[in-house]
Design a protein around this ligand. Structure first.
Ligand code: ACO
Length: 405
């Protein structure tokens, strides 16, 4: 789509041309060296490394280091990074009062967004965004504390006591322990499930200028602290068209109920005015198969070998098969995205649907932080302040209330 151009000259140093590009379909908001996507070919690379290789050979914290620093770490660098993240997982005790204050049925993602924002009040030093060392500490805290906040939110929603982080466990195993541990019994996570969640975290770690990352950059461009900026990212990710999609996929699969009902459901999607969508399908950038969805399908098989098959999987596979042969979806280049299968895995691992966007927010925090760091150190970046094409009333005089029609 060619943006409409309108001449609005605001000053003698203003060129006077403005692009009209709602939702930034054609607008690059920044330069970035972090993540590369080729939507037509289905390519995703972090710092040049293909996502398939990272998912197979790397680990989440190594990928976090790569995204943040630009290079894969040496063994020593990874040990230091892991040590620092592990030793920042505790949250201030008063954070628990925040979580305790929420309704028993509060959505964990709503609690997560609020408590991440609250970290800004606990770390006033975070305002010092010009200082590289301070930024590094805040980023470490964010990556370390996100699983703790997420687990506390979950335990509150389940009416269970909070479980404190365990420094002897890996990033993923510690998160699972904080979620699942009952009483004082030792927690043992199945290595296949630990590996599967680690791979899912790698796949979700960054995705260039998506809605939540753009929100983090936009809010961060005012030079606010990173906790406030990341809270904006959590808010954006909460929406059903973004990180809330995997939750919506499961609801959709349940609504469909059986393979026999799929043709009727697809008919409703095609016949409507866009009010009913095939959730987990389509992407603003990918116009072919989402490379993350391919990896997730493989992970799903490994997880289901341990947990037993999710009965909704059969419906999902058949839905994909039918949609990929259907003229409507083919013409619009609608393929399964990362969210189509991830919810099935999370459910098989015992997570409630409300936790799905939270499971997305934890790893995406790395991408948000890497993009925030890149933005605040980029001299070309200014405060985000788009223009508008004004369509309202022309100047008119105030009308007294008794004269209004
Ligand atoms: N089901 C049915 N039709 C769809 C779908 C879908 N999932 N997605 C897009 N379309 C149709 C649109 O109705 C539109 O049709 P039209 O040309 O006849 O009007 C056409 O395909 C183009 O779609 P747009 O909405 O213009 O595409 P856009 O890039 O704005 O939206 C989005 C991308 C939001 C991801 C969309 O495909 C969607 O809503 N998908 C379902 C929600 C989802 O899975 N979100 C997760 C995205 S991945 C992530 O956030 C990690």
């Amino acid at each position: 789509r060619t943006p409409d151009l309108r001449q609005i000259k605001t000053g003698s140093d203003d060129f006077g041309l403005m692009g009209y590009d709602p939702a930034f379909l054609n607008t690059a908001n920044c330069k970035s060296a972090i993540t590369f996507i080729d939507g037509d070919k289905g390519i995703l690379e972090y710092r040049g490394y293909p996502i398939e290789q990272l998912a197979e050979k790397s680990s989440f914290l190594e990928v976090a280091y790569l995204l943040l620093k630009g290079e894969l770490p040496t063994q020593k660098e990874l040990e230091n990074f892991t040590f620092n993240v592990t030793h920042h997982t505790l949250v201030h005790e008063n954070i628990k009062s925040f979580i305790d204050g929420f309704r028993y049925d509060a959505h964990p993602m709503a609690m997560l967004g609020s408590t991440v924002a609250a970290l800004s009040a606990f770390y006033p030093d975070a305002k010092n965004i010009k200082d590289a060392r301070s930024r590094e500490i805040q980023i470490t805290r964010l990556i370390a504390k996100m699983p703790t906040l997420a687990a506390f939110s979950y335990r509150h929603a389940m009416g269970l006591p909070f479980v404190y982080p365990d420094n002897d466990l890996s990033y993923v195993a510690n998160f699972l322990a904080m979620i699942k541990r009952i009483g004082t019994s030792a927690f043992k996570v199945h290595p296949t499930l630990e590996k599967a969640l680690d791979v899912l975290f790698i796949l979700h770690a960054d995705h260039e200028q998506n809605c939540s990352t753009t929100s983090v950059r936009t809010v961060g461009s005012s030079q606010v602290d990173p906790y406030s900026a990341v809270a904006a990212g959590v808010g954006a990710l909460y929406g059903p068209l973004h990180g809330g999609a995997n939750e919506a996929v499961l609801r959709m699969l349940r609504e469909i109920g059986s393979k026999a009902n799929i043709p009727e459901f697809i008919k409703q999607v095609k016949g409507g005015e866009g009010e009913k969508k095939l959730m987990g399908f389509g992407h603003r950038v990918y116009k072919s198969y989402d490379p993350r969805a391919k990896v997730i399908k493989r992970v799903a098989d490994e997880v289901f070998d341990v947990t037993g098959k999710n009965p909704l999987l059969e419906i999902a596979l058949e839905l994909e098969r039918i949609a990929l042969e259907d003229e409507y979806f083919v013409k619009r280049k609608l393929y399964p995205n990362v969210d189509f299968y991830s919810g099935l895995i999370y459910e098989a691992m015992g997570f409630q649907a409300e936790m799905f966007p939270v499971l997305f927010a934890i790893p995406r925090t790395v991408g948000w932080c890497a993009q925030w760091e890149e933005m605040v150190t980029d001299n070309e970046q200014k405060i985000a302040r788009p223009r508008q094409v004004f369509t309202g009333a022309a100047r008119r005089d105030y009308v007294a209330q008794d004269k209004r029609k």
